[in-house]
Write a protein that binds this ligand. Sequence first.
Ligand code: FE2
Length: 258
Amino acid sequence: MNSHNATGMSRRDALKTLGAGVVLAGTAGIFSRTQAAEATGMATRADGVLGWELPELPYGYAALEPHFDARTMEIHHTKHHQAYISNARKLLEVHPELLAKGPEALVRDLASVPEAIRTGIRNNAGGHVNHAFFWRCLTSSPTQPGARFAELLAKSFGSIDDFKKQFADAAMKRFGSGWAWLVVTGLENASTNRLKIVSTANQDSPLSEGMTPVLGLDVWEHAYYLHYQSRRADYVNAFWEVVNWKQVEQNANQVMRG
Ligand SMILES: [Fe+2]
């Protein structure tokens, strides 16, 4: 793909010219919503498409201690994440054509799933896609946002601290089970691309709403209760210690490709 847009500006040049609130400038028609969703770092297969197997974590279960404890990580990965995959596969046993599409494609187009299993696929394929993405947002090596991405966050949310406060607020206000997300919206029109903080209930994915996640935080109790009990705020604070900013920036850059 050409790295310059129709105005002759590289993406890097274009980013330098962005005004506040307009974070992701591309060129109309350079990338589609589907291309963007396929480029969000969710891949686990060689062909770049998430499959129906439990992806290995890129670190050990104890690697995120003391922030995320090993027992929680192991149960979260081998029990909760695996259960979403197993449940989805069972629902798709008699729908090989849907199985072949892969979890991300189904989550992006829930209307294509027969109504009888749509809610089950929304919950379980959604849970698989969300968790596969979440693991890649974490790292045992402390990182900070790169200068360019930090600038994008500041332009969008005021400052990095403001971004963290707004993201944490979304995580805390999600009643019951769900997720907080940093997403790219407006992918159908490059001129409206921007970063946004949203939250979703249960295992609903931003992909189902045409948004591309670049950072996600699981706020189901199963993600933190063993270590933090009811103290979700402490878990959210700990999250910042294990965010893989390099991956997050890569997720955003891939969406901005153009
Ligand atoms: Fe979870």
